[in-house]
Ligand binder design. Structure first.
Ligand code: NAP
Length: 341
């Protein structure tokens, strides 16, 4: 495993982060990753040298399950070997219905949630605490002041911001600078080889402000692994999904990831994978790791240890500049327009 400094922080992380969104998650009748599988995956991360683990208070059903399972596993390991990230914002329901202050970035909710997160993870500090979204209902200074205090108290080492508009990220950074609050140093947008234009301005802010970028869904939920076969040249959303794959049971998969642009990018990813004697998953991840404008650490969401073994191959892969650029350009048609849905 290779390690790199996480943007402007003083913390070193593996080239890949491991995401735990599927731990304890129920989609319809499917329990996506059970506790034993979760612990096998964490064992595999440890064996591969992945030291960076991404979770959120709301992951799992009931919410908090993912953090609890990570905490149980960490109890048999040295917490200091890991860089732990979690998040706050979405309604936290536990076993009941969320109340009016059980979501958002107000002081009351953030202070309650950090305690729950630390307790479930069995640690007294997080390396990285993300706001999962921007909260338009809370003054940004209240949120920043609350987060700044968490850093002062040693409950959190660094702050991160996940999906939001570029102007919201800019506003939060500007407020931190003028009010002298701890600023966000890490971001977590949806970003992969077939999804760029919608986050282009956000990524420009990251590059300009020296923020590390940890893309989520870096394989477009598995689409960029090449395991989905197209069934109809006239319909980008008609696919044959392998048994048990996310595309087979998660309705959002089709809506989010299946597009003409996606197929165009996947064709080039497959071509480069053949040339490099690698898998499409490894090529798609390497394309992210190789971003030049900012430190880029993709969050892989492997559901099996075989998938994780495959993904880790991205670390030792080299792509030429030409191969990298061909993947970047596959989003555009011959006239330079972004290919649509
Ligand atoms: N901040 C946010 O709002 C946000 C949102 C989403 C995710 N996240 C974070 O990002 C992490 C990753 O997201 P993601 O799970 O969508 O990432 P992803 O890597 O795009 O997709 C993961 C899925 O791809 C498939 N896969 C992965 N490696 C494979 C391989 N080598 N061969 C075949 N299939 C493979 C598996 O699908 P199958 O299930 O079909 O086997 C797996 O469930 C999450 O765990 C979470 O930590 C954050």
């Amino acid at each position: 495993m290779d390690y790199r400094t996480l943007g402007a922080t003083g913390t070193k992380v593996s080239d890949l982060c491991f995401g735990t969104w599927r731990f304890g998650k129920r989609t319809g009748d499917t329990l996506e990753t059970d506790e034993e599988e979760a612990h096998d995956l964490l064992d595999a991360c440890w064996e591969h040298g992945i030291n960076f683990i991404d979770t959120a208070n709301v992951y799992g059903n009931p919410n908090g399950t993912a953090e609890e399972w990570i905490g149980d596993w960490l109890a048999d390991h040295d917490r200091e070997d890991f860089v732990l990230a979690s998040k706050v914002y979405f309604p936290f329901d536990g076993w009941g219905d969320p109340g009016p202050n059980d979501s958002g970035l107000g002081r009351k909710h953030v202070r309650a949630q950090i305690e729950g997160t630390l307790d479930r993870l069995g640690t007294d500090y997080l390396d990285l605490y993300y706001i999962h979204r921007f909260d338009e209902g809370t003054p940004v200074t209240e949120t920043l002041d609350t987060l700044d205090t968490l850093v002062d108290k040693g409950k959190v080492n660094y702050l991160g911001a996940s999906t939001m508009a570029a102007w919201q990220l800019t506003k939060a950074l500007w407020k931190s600078d003028v009010e002298d609050y701890e600023r966000f140093s890490v971001t977590q947008p949806l970003f992969h080889a077939a999804y760029y234009e919608d986050v282009a301005e956000y990524l420009d802010v990251c590059a300009d402000q020296d923020l590390a970028v940890c893309p989520y869904s870096p394989l477009a939920g598995g689409f960029l692994t090449g395991k989905y076969e197209r069934l109809d040249p006239g319909d980008p959303q008609a696919v044959e999904a392998p048994d048990g794959s996310r595309g087979g049971f998660d309705e959002q998969f089709t809506e989010y990831y299946l597009s003409e642009r996606g197929w165009s990018v996947l064709d080039t990813v497959r071509e480069v994978a053949d040339e490099a004697e690698a898998t499409p998953a490894q090529v798609a991840l390497r394309w992210l790791i190789d971003q030049q404008e900012f430190t880029c650490v993709p969050i892989v969401g492997a559901r099996t240890t075989d998938q994780l073994d495959d993904n880790v191959g991205a670390v030792d892969l080299s792509l030429s500049r030409d191969q990298h650029d061909r993947i970047t350009e596959a989003r555009y048609d011959e006239s330079g327009q972004v290919i649509g849905h």
